[in-house]
Design a protein around this ligand. Structure first.
Ligand code: SF4
Length: 374
């Protein structure tokens, strides 16, 4: 049994008082290279052509009208789309269904042809394309062809990786693909701490991969990708936040971000919840039970402006629906526009506005709060 699965904080096991971390960095993240965040924002802003701006305006105003009138009024098309290159993963992270091999949906890889069809449809209105959901994106050998295709159609592209496949050739092709943002999971500054969450992972491989990307950026004089070291703050690694910022600098990353972790079965405490409350999504109640910090208000901006497409074309509400239990449409033979405007989507938005707490995935979700340390 994985030791992280055993709750260690409960009313029977009082919580150790929070030890304040001495962290000479901002909670959200640290800019490592001067001006890097500005350059990254510029990559996004320069892709704001008129049709995308109009779409964003329609999404925003229909969302506000829905909140005000408490009924789903919706105009516009998804401004942000996440596409899943694959559900396969090489690691065994304890809170991830890919890592635990616990999906009820099939494992597979998105084909380049399906991806191109989707991009051809969404590129007039979508601004931000995320090429990851579950699984390790680089296990799809066509990942960088997908990035290049989306890049050529003017989308801002981002992916997130455990960086175990960034050989010299892949690092070069990553830079050449035009990828705008590369998020690298670095959840520890030493191998023993890193591997407590990234089970089966090798920290040295990750750091070497990041260095190769930085080297190719320099060699090709490319401002992209903006490389972010993402540090998921959990109890076993929270003492290494400053160390990882140092590592990021050494490896030529642009930014470090400290992200709070979602855990399951948190009600009786969980060994992954950090002691530093600023980086925990959950808090201890007076009765000894744990609860999510955010208010779970009956609203969800994500349902108005973004969606997630699994490798086999299922459209799901958001990244919290990891096992695709709320499929709102299937793309095989159907357009994303059609699904987005369909009755299942409308009904899901209506449920959110009525009683978000009644939807299982929405009760352990950060919508309405910050995930980057709060
Ligand atoms: S889980 Fe969160 S982000 Fe997803 S639909 Fe529910 S409220 Fe929105």
């Amino acid at each position: 049994m994985n030791k992280f699965r055993r709750p260690f904080r409960s009313s029977k096991h009082p919580v150790v008082p929070c030890q304040p971390l001495v962290l000479p960095v901002k909670s959200r993240g640290v800019e490592i290279r001067r001006g890097a965040k500005f350059r990254d924002t510029w990559q996004l802003v320069r892709r704001l052509k008129l049709s995308r701006c109009i779409n964003l305006g329609r999404l925003y105003f229909s969302y506000q009208a829905s909140r005000l009138l408490k009924k789903p009024i919706h105009a516009g098309l998804p401004a942000a789309v996440a596409v899943e290159p694959t559900t396969s993963c090489n690691l065994r992270c304890p809170e991830c269904p890919s890592g635990l091999r616990s999906f009820s949906r099939p494992t597979g890889r998105l084909s380049l042809a399906d991806f191109k069809n989707l991009i051809d449809e969404i590129s007039p209105f979508t601004l931000y394309l995320t090429l990851y959901f579950q699984g390790e994106p680089y296990l799809n050998k066509e990942l960088l062809d997908m990035v290049a295709y989306a890049h050529a159609r003017g989308l801002y592209t981002a992916t997130s990786t455990n960086a175990h496949f960034l050989t010299d050739d892949v690092a070069r092709r990553t830079v050449e693909s035009g990828l705008c943002r590369l998020i690298i999971s670095v959840d520890g500054a030493t191998q023993d701490v890193y591997a407590q969450y990234r089970v089966g992972g090798r920290l040295q491989k990750v750091l070497d991969g990041a260095r190769r990307v930085a080297a190719w950026k320099r060699q090709l004089k490319s401002p992209t990708p903006h490389v972010i070291f993402q540090f998921l703050v959990v109890r076993p690694n929270e003492h290494q936040m400053e160390d990882v910022a140092r590592l990021a600098k050494e490896c030529g990353a642009d930014e470090v971000r400290f992200k709070t972790a979602q855990v399951y079965d948190y009600e009786n405490g969980h060994p992954l919840i950090p002691l530093n409350e600023k980086f925990a999504r959950y808090r201890l109640r007076a009765d000894g039970r744990w609860e999510i910090k955010n208010a779970l208000g009956n609203r969800c901006w994500r349902m108005w402006h973004s969606c997630v497409v699994t490798w086999d074309g299922r459209v799901v509400p958001c990244c919290f629906d990891k096992d695709a239990t709320h499929v709102l449409g299937q793309l095989n033979g159907r357009s994303l526009k059609d699904v987005w405007r369909g009755s299942d989507y409308r009904e899901f938005r209506r449920k959110i506005l009525r009683a978000r707490r009644e939807i299982d995935i929405c009760t352990n979700c950060t919508e309405g709060t910050r995930v980057w340390g709060h």
